[in-house]
Design a protein around this ligand. Structure first.
Ligand SMILES: [Zn+2]
Length: 382
């Protein structure tokens, strides 16, 4: 095992046999953000790996209407999970059916019994799940954490338990995108698909707190100004629909038509890079919608420390895993979840993917209490 994965195994080390790593989550796609790169690296290094989703994700959104319907979503997402597992090189992928959106309301003992059966059958050395607040506050995520902890508490010879953590990041996607856009000699020309992928990623990042941008979608009726020449602005606009003219006004009042831009194109990046007033007007040719990125979080409570810094006991051990080496696998796994992340694996800039996905953070859960004797026999009896 590479030495930087040693933090995963803890003081006991990985032992003599190939180590076994289990990711146990609430929904298909949770695994990508929580442990995707790390489990891919473990698999590549010879570990035996498994991912289990407690539900089929049938209550989730359908971001690509061609990929599923409300009736088919559960089956489609179970198949997406299998493909994501393949992309990550995971050995065993299981999608259970405890009820998306209802998991958090089920009795802890029942969900814990399922988690205990999963652990008893795979016999992992390490289990990764959500932290107590479920990263996004989703009750199903929180239940997957509680049930896993309860299962481990009542398992003899328990595995090491890790929580995926999403620390508040101060980085701005805006800065990453501006650096990338201004590194091109020619203006970047995107597509509506690119704009959609960027918006989905921006939504996800906003929810997990991995970027400190304020994201908004704004509408500009035909003929209105998206940007006015001479103003100072810190917003970056990605056109999602419609088209706009870039018009430079000379000192004599003459207006030069510099370019027309459409879906997936950006405006405003140059002046953010140079910190100069806007050099041109950008005017909507027809009704235009834009994804607008600006510094500052939309909601100060978003992006809270999902590792639960406020509730963690003092001395809680944390570590991070660099997953650059597995980034392609992780992005391919994300793209496998087509109903949730309608993006091609090579659609978004590499620098953006690296800034968002190349580090995974974990908290070591406090050791479980010793299992009472009668409970420790439970799965032997079953
Ligand atoms: Zn989820």
């Amino acid at each position: 095992m590479p030495s930087d994965l040693a933090a995963l195994w803890g003081p006991a080390g990985a032992g003599n046999r190939p180590p076994r790593v289990l990711g146990l989550f609430a929904h298909p796609d949770d695994e990508v953000f929580c442990v995707g790169g790390t489990i891919a690296r473990c698999a590549a290094a010879g570990a035996t790996t498994a991912i289990v989703s407690l539900t089929r994700g049938e209550a989730g959104q359908i971001r690509d209407a061609t990929a599923a319907t409300r009736r088919t979503l559960g089956a489609v997402r179970a198949a997406e999970l299998a493909r994501a597992g393949d992309a990550l090189g995971v050995d065993h992928v299981t999608c259970l059916d405890l009820g998306d959106g209802r998991l958090g309301k089920q009795p802890l003992t029942e969900v814990a019994a399922t988690a205990r059966a999963v652990i008893a059958s795979f016999r992992p050395d390490v289990v990764v799940t959500f932290g107590p607040d479920g990263a996004t506050g989703h009750p199903d995520h929180a239940m997957s954490c509680l049930a896993t902890a309860e299962a481990i508490r009542t398992t003899a010879d328990p595995p090491r338990l890790l929580h995926a953590r999403f620390p508040v990041q101060e980085q701005l996607l805006l800065d990453v995108l501006v650096a990338w856009l201004t590194s091109h000699d020619e203006r970047f020309t995107g597509t509506a698909e690119f704009g959609h992928a960027l918006k989905l990623i921006a939504d996800g990042c906003s929810m997990l707190g991995v970027a400190a941008d304020h994201f908004d979608v704004e509408w500009f009726p035909a003929g209105s100004s998206i940007i006015e020449q001479g103003e100072f602005g810190t917003e970056l606009f990605c056109i999602l629909s419609g088209s706009a003219d870039i018009l430079a006004e000379g000192a004599d009042g003459h207006v030069h038509d510099l370019a027309t831009v459409g879906p997936g194109c950006f405006v405003g990046e140059d002046e953010i890079a140079t910190r100069c007033p806007r050099k041109a007007h950008v005017v909507a040719r027809e009704d235009v919608t834009c994804l607008v990125l600006s510094p500052g979080r939309a909601d100060p409570s978003a992006g809270r420390d999902a590792g639960g810094a406020g509730t963690e006991p003092a001395g809680t051990e944390r570590f991070a895993v660099d997953v650059h080496a597995a980034l392609d696998h992780k992005v391919a796994a994300l793209a496998a979840h087509r109903t949730q992340y309608a993006l091609g694996a090579d659609l978004l800039p590499r620098t953006l993917l690296e800034s968002l996905f190349a580090t995974e953070h974990f908290t070591v859960a406090q050791p479980a209490h010793a299992a009472p004797a009668e409970e420790s026999h439970e799965h032997a009896v079953l």
